[in-house]
Structures are given as structure tokens and as C-alpha cells.
Design a protein. Structure first.
Length: 234
């Protein structure tokens, strides 16, 4: 069975423990990927703090000092790198947003039965879309267990990754995207709306490129050129 990518985020750091540390030197840089079976951190094996960036910061070149190396090239082969993490969804015990910057903290049970924690955040600020990540992890865990958690969105109402912009859309496919090399979900069907099928369709209000149909009604989730937003009025 194919493994489906639900969410992914690049240029994130991972710290051991439930809190972000004061320095990047104790973190590893990589990308976080959530699938329908597991939560992955694909590590570059290192942080990106260099003497050049440190000197740039000291000389007032803030742009270079805060720039983060790209991690978009990392695939499953990166699991062999130092700092990578491969967590089956069943091992995830809890996830929450920690600290004033709202870093994403994941509490899990390791292979020896010990409870562990790890924290994700970019170089500056909190976890992008932090609450969306928590909702997605909670829903994926429940779906794998055959349960729907109380208060969580149903599969029909929870929006998947929006399709690529028209210029970047791959050829239509009826098969789920495999885990590697992390292809986006299949492109949307034709503009004719099958009222029984949930998915992304042209926004009937005309204000946005796409709006998510949850199988019975138009949701507040909208997408413009691959960027997800909310507009509750249709």
C-alpha cells in the first residue's frame, strides 16, 4: 500500500526534549514530513551555523546571518543522517505548542518503551501552521486506529494539501502519490462539481482560485497559487 504524504515543512530545526534550546548548535536542520503512517524528520545531519554567518551577523548583515540552508532535496535516504527521526503514528503520545514562540513539541514512546520528546521550529519564530500540524497529526493517528477523536475534523471536512498552481500541475493520476520523492496530492478533477466527492474545486464566489468542498457544503478553506487560507463566506 502506498504511503501518502499529508503535510511537510522545510528548513526546520529539531531539538531533543520538549523545549527549544537557546542555541542552534544543539539542533539539526532538516524537514518534517507527516504521512498517513508515520511522522518523519529528515535531517541534514548538521546545523547550518557557520563562521561566515556569525561574522555577517556581527557586521550587521542580518539577511545573511538569518538565512537558512535549503532542505527541499532531503528524501528517505536522509533517515540515515544524524538527528533523523522515524516515528510510527501509534508511538506518538501527545503533540502541543510550547513557549512564547509556539514551537511544535512531540511526545512519543521509543522502541524501549521510554517516553521521549522532541521539538521543531524554524531559525526564528514558531512552528509555521503549528495548530494545523497538531490537528493533522491527531486526525492521522485516529484514522490509523480506526477512530475519530472528539472535536477533530472528519476526513471529508479536513482539507488536504492544495493542488499545485496550473502551470506546475503534473498529469492527472488516479493513484495516490508515493512517499518518495514526496509528490503533492493528485491534481483536482474537472471543474464540474461531483457533489458527493470532497476535494478542491474552483471557488464559486470567484474571490479565490480554489475552495474545499467537504462532500456536503463549501468549507472556509481556500487556496490561491498553492497558498492555503480561510474565507468563511461563499
Amino acid at each position: 500500500m502506498s504511503e501518502i504524504v499529508l503535510m511537510e515543512a522545510d528548513q526546520l530545526y529539531r531539538w531533543e526534549g520538549p523545549k527549544r534550546k537557546q542555541t542552534l548548535l544543539s539542533a539539526t536542520l532538516g524537514r518534517v514530513v507527516l504521512t498517513d503512517q508515520r511522522l518523519l524528520f529528515l535531517s541534514s545531519g548538521k546545523h547550518d551555523v557557520t563562521i561566515g554567518k556569525a561574522l555577517a551577523g556581527a557586521s550587521g548583515n542580518a539577511l545573511r546571518a538569518t538565512r537558512t540552508d535549503s532542505t527541499a532535496h532531503l528524501d528517505l535516504g536522509a533517515l540515515a543522517n544524524k538527528g533523523s527521526l522515524d516515528l510510527p503514528l501509534a508511538s506518538v503520545a501527545e503533540c502541543n505548542l510550547q513557549g512564547m514562540f509556539k514551537c511544535l513539541a512531540i511526545h512519543y514512546v521509543d522502541a524501549s518503551g521510554q517516553r521521549q520528546a522532541t521539538t521543531f521550529a524554524p531559525k526564528t519564530g514558531g512552528m509555521p501552521g503549528g495548530q494545523t500540524w497538531i490537528d493533522a497529526i491527531t486526525q492521522a493517528r485516529a484514522a490509523q486506529a480506526g477512530q475519530v477523536p472528539r472535536g477533530a475534523p472528519t476526513p471529508a471536512s479536513f482539507p488536504p494539501q492544495p493542488p499545485a498552481s496550473p502551470a506546475q500541475q503534473p498529469a492527472p493520476s488516479h493513484q495516490a502519490a508515493p512517499l518518495a520523492p514526496f509528490a503533492p496530492p493528485p491534481p483536482p478533477p474537472p471543474a464540474v462539481l461531483p457533489r458527493e466527492a470532497a476535494g478542491w474545486y474552483p471557488d464559486p464566489s470567484g474571490r479565490h482560485e480554489l475552495r474545499f468542498w467537504d462532500g456536503s457544503a463549501w468549507s472556509a478553506h481556500v487556496s490561491d497559487h498553492g497558498t492555503v487560507g480561510n474565507d468563511p463566506s461563499v
